[in-house]
Design a protein around this ligand. Structure first.
Ligand SMILES: Nc1nc2c(c(=O)[nH]1)N[C@H]1C(S)=C(S)[C@@H](COP(=O)(O)O)O[C@H]1N2
Ligand SMILES: [Mo]
Length: 199
């Protein structure tokens, strides 16, 4: 990757606090979906990375499942103020998908089956900070939680973790997604309480 790192902004925990400011703990797993749950048959499922110069890298479900898996245990923070601690997932680090991708882009626009989009700086997806996951808590991911596969970017508010993920478009310029154009913060760091535009 032709990326020059501009400093590490993820995984920060201030003062040893368990909860980011303004968050409360939940034990259950709320469902937040802006629309209906898309159903994607596995034989038609694909995940793609589209580079800024028009190249596309694709993985079928079978190819995805053959990649090296990790089982991250992470805390997740929704902008509607619930936090769930110690969630365990199984999936593939984005670093694996990006191994053979040539790009100098700085921005990513993640897109999903069903039309959802969310944007973030590409570096937030790299260096062990993000995964494409297919299981939660030892079970295959339920459709309402993003199955067959979703993005997991736990160091940012959970709206960045696109359910039913379909691909990532690499861009030279930032392009806000669904919530980011609707008044939510462009970056969304829960530890800096970046909920809304201007926070
Ligand atoms: N495709 C898609 N991804 C999405 C959403 C959505 O509506 N559609 N909602 C986001 C929001 S706001 C949150 S908090 C989490 C919720 O994930 P969950 O329903 O598994 O708790 O998914 C995020 N990813
Ligand atoms: Mo959310």
């Amino acid at each position: 990757m032709g990326i020059v790192s501009r400093g590490f902004r993820g995984r920060r925990r201030e003062g040893g606090d368990e909860l980011p400011p303004g968050q409360y703990l939940v034990e259950d797993f709320p469902v937040l979906s802006a629309g209906p749950t898309p159903r994607v048959p596995l034989d038609r499922w694909e995940f793609a990375i589209d580079t800024e110069d028009g190249q596309t890298h694709r993985w079928s479900w079978q190819e995805f499942m053959a990649l090296p898996m990790q089982t991250p245990t992470v805390d997740i923070h929704c902008v509607t103020k619930w936090t769930k601690l110690g969630t365990t997932w199984e999936g593939v680090s984005l670093d694996v998908f990006f191994e053979d991708v040539e790009s100098a882009a700085e921005y990513a626009l993640v897109y999903s089956y069903g039309g959802y989009t969310t944007n973030l700086p590409l570096e937030e997806l790299l260096d062990g900070k993000a995964w494409i996951v297919h299981s939660f808590d030892g079970e295959e991911l339920e459709p309402r939680h993003g199955g067959p596969a979703r993005l997991l970017v736990p160091h940012l508010y959970f709206w960045k973790s696109a359910k039913w993920v379909r691909g990532i478009r690499l861009l030279n310029e930032d392009s806000p997604g669904v919530w980011e154009t609707a008044g939510y913060h462009n970056y969304g760091d829960p530890w800096r309480e970046q909920r809304y535009e201007g926070d």
